[in-house]
Design a protein around this ligand. Structure first.
Ligand SMILES: [Zn+2]
Length: 274
């Protein structure tokens, strides 16, 4: 028995080590790509690209699930050439992650006005026909994607939105320039470096132990509910935010739903406030 336990423990610690080791090498690789423009350009040669149009990801539907197709750099260059665009547009892409084998993943929005090219945005309908998919509202498709794609596309959308909204320096008014990975923008005039901002959000699951309180907005897809959530103001404590949301949620929501069944809340509840 003790021999069996010993082997099991060693196996467990071996897999823990492997997982940790993979995580560390991946994190180091991504850090290198963010800091080194040449390394990131090299990674694009063998990387995969996810496409967006005006912040909506290109998705292909099969039965009731969505899939996010990936394109190689070569395929992307061919596509841009077909639509009369220059390949300079690829400079607008942002790094969103990498595989265990260090295949880098990028996202590129072909609908937003390009900062690196004179080309206007590409026509959505023509591209959808060519790519056999549709540029879909991410919020509506989120729960019909696999966990990996949902996570990558959410990161991509937030980063693409940030770049689109931060093309000029707030101090000098001069155009800012993104690095190849898209992890920052720099103002050549005032030398200020801008990093993507995060907006802290607090989400609360109100529960009496057996039931929980959920709410929905009219813009949510049918059948979708969420725990009460909202943005955290500067200087406000998390606890104060959760109290405010509970009060606001109860006052503003048009429809509340009491649930006593086991709902999958893993995507909407990062932690519980007790
Ligand atoms: Zn500036």
């Amino acid at each position: 028995m003790s021999l069996y336990c010993g082997i099991a423990c060693r196996k467990k610690s071996f897999w823990c080590y492997r997982l940790l080791s993979t995580y560390v090498t991946k994190t180091r690789y991504l850090f290198e790509l963010k800091e080194d423009d040449d390394a990131c350009k090299t990674a694009q040669q063998t990387g995969a690209f996810y496409l967006f149009h005006s912040l909506a990801p290109l998705l292909q539907k099969s039965e009731q699930r969505y899939q996010a197709p990936q394109y190689s750099l070569l395929e992307l260059e061919r596509l841009l050439a077909k639509f009369g665009q220059d390949t300079q547009r690829i400079e607008d892409s942002v790094l969103i992650g990498c595989s265990k084998q260090h295949e880098a993943w990028f996202a590129l929005d072909l609908g937003l006005n390009s900062s690196s090219s004179l080309n206007a945005s590409l026509q959505k309908a023509e591209m959808e026909i060519e790519l056999k998919g549709s540029f879909t509202d991410l919020r509506k498709a989120l729960f019909q994607l696999n966990t990996k794609d949902a996570s990558l596309l959410t990161t991509a959308q937030a980063l693409l939105r940030w770049h689109d909204a931060h093309q000029f320096c707030s101090r000098s008014g001069q155009p800012t320039k993104k690095n190849v990975a898209g992890s920052k923008r720099v103002c050549p005039s005032s030398k200020i470096i801008y990093y993507p901002q995060m907006a802290p959000v607090v989400i609360t699951l109100v529960s009496d132990g057996t039931r929980c309180l959920l709410a929905r907005q009219s813009s949510f897809p049918k059948g979708m509910y969420s725990a009460l959530a909202g943005f955290c103001d500067i200087g406000k404590r998390f606890r104060a935010c959760t109290d405010a949301q509970r009060t606001q949620g109860l006052n503003n929501c048009r429809f509340l739903f009491c649930c006593c069944c086991a709902l999958s809340l893993k995507h909407t509840v990062p932690y519980q406030v007790k």
